[in-house]
Design a protein around this ligand. Sequence first.
Ligand SMILES: Nc1ncnc2c1ncn2[C@@H]1O[C@H](COP(=O)(O)OP(=O)(O)OP(=O)(O)O)[C@@H](O)[C@H]1O
Ligand SMILES: C[C@@](O)(CCOP(=O)(O)O)CC(=O)O
Length: 456
Amino acid sequence: MVELEPRAFSAPGKALLIGGYLVLNPQYKAFVLALSARMHAVVKASSRSDISGVYLNVKSSQFNNNQWNYKVSRDNGYVPLEINDLTNPFVEQVVFNAFNYFAPENLKFNYIEIEIFSDPAYHSSEGSKRKVNQFKSFNFHEKDIDEVNKTGLGSSAGLVTVLTTALCYVLMNGNSLDISNPNHLKMIHNLAQVAHCQAQGKIGSGFDVAAATYGSIIYQRFEPAIIADLPVMDIKDINKYHVALKTLIDNLDWNITCEPVKLPPRLKVIMGDVHSGSKTVKLVSTVQKWYAENLPRSHEIYEEINFNNTVAVNTLIKLYHISEERPDYYNKMIDGLNNDKNDDPDIKVLAESIEMIRELFRTITQESGAAIEPLEQTELLNACLGLRGVIGGVVPGAGGHDAISLVMTEETNIKKITAGNPSFKNVTWMDVTQEQVGLKEENAEYYKDLESDEDR
Ligand SMILES: Nc1ncnc2c1ncn2[C@@H]1O[C@H](COP(=O)(O)OP(=O)(O)OP(=O)(O)O)[C@@H](O)[C@H]1O
Ligand SMILES: C[C@@](O)(CCOP(=O)(O)O)CC(=O)O
């Protein structure tokens, strides 16, 4: 039996700080922050002569020992067959697309095992037990993955990205996958976008998969048609899907923007969970209906949001440059913010543009009935703006009752300054911050021997 060297990969969660809804249109740019919460995949594979075809086990032991066992064969168009009839659309679409992309005739490593881990911040910790080792710390739940409440950080995008990476490693028959190679990263990104869209049954903007792959970025989407135009799998002619997918992944210019960005130094983003969550699909369809029925005014509102989005993003970039070119001036400005002096003109422009974006989304909320910024969130965000060191805040992404995002100085201790204050009684400050890096190679050894917190 030949064994493939185990490898591990992780990909970050996200917050769409600026550009919700507009990012669905390829003409508008968005600012996506990658977060420190990550999804992980540890993969091993071996060649086994005692089984026919390919066998794949995907294990997510954190969620009531959930696991999915697939048989994959070329004769079946690489449509994965789960031997216990269990479903996980995200896993299935990754397997389907990765295998069809490589279309292996005879796979050397035909027994594949992938273990998934999610960092604690993706899900509500209620009823979970923490297991740790020297390197990692994960929550273990007694419920299945679909029954545990999510916080909205994009677990499926992270999952699809790390699973795609793990399978590319195996399907490339060994050591040649290198995630620091831009071509490999592009292959992973494109495959993950296709799988994520197919699993969701819709074509969203893809900002979450882009951030999982490339980290914090300015993002502009691809034209949805490029994925919608893929043929359906025809078992009688499986080469058709393979050729179309190969062309889409390798040869087509997706015309997307994924430009790395950093928050200016000494600023951070903090997320506040309000324990509720939103139905993104419903919000998006309500807003799209409102948009279509209210032209040309709705377009004018979008243009005005875009103007403020651009101001906010450009000001963040400008602040970064100031910090490099005039560090003394910059440090004084941040010190000023810590002492409640918000009089720097650039900070003012940033704060005002974020306020304008919120106001325009409140107009859409009122007119469409889609609760992008519901009253409770308005009150919470306004209370946050009164805190020393906080520059601005939004309900990121599609809005609603998802966790809020606040931009504040590094020195601001939000837990401390809000403790006991009734305005903040419904919010839990999450242990996540922004991160630069997207897909990352991890040490496969670091996931072993996780033990219950109490036993240590
Ligand atoms: N640890 C995991 N193990 C296995 N499957 C997972 C895991 N985490 C997420 N998934 C899959 O992703 C699905 C959740 O994806 P969904 O897109 O609904 O949420 P999300 O990406 O966290 O949310 P949002 O896009 O709103 O931030 C689960 O139902 C499951 O199929
Ligand atoms: C409304 C939208 O722009 C953002 C959805 O963001 P989230 O999944 O709520 O973080 C839709 C999209 O970009 O796919």
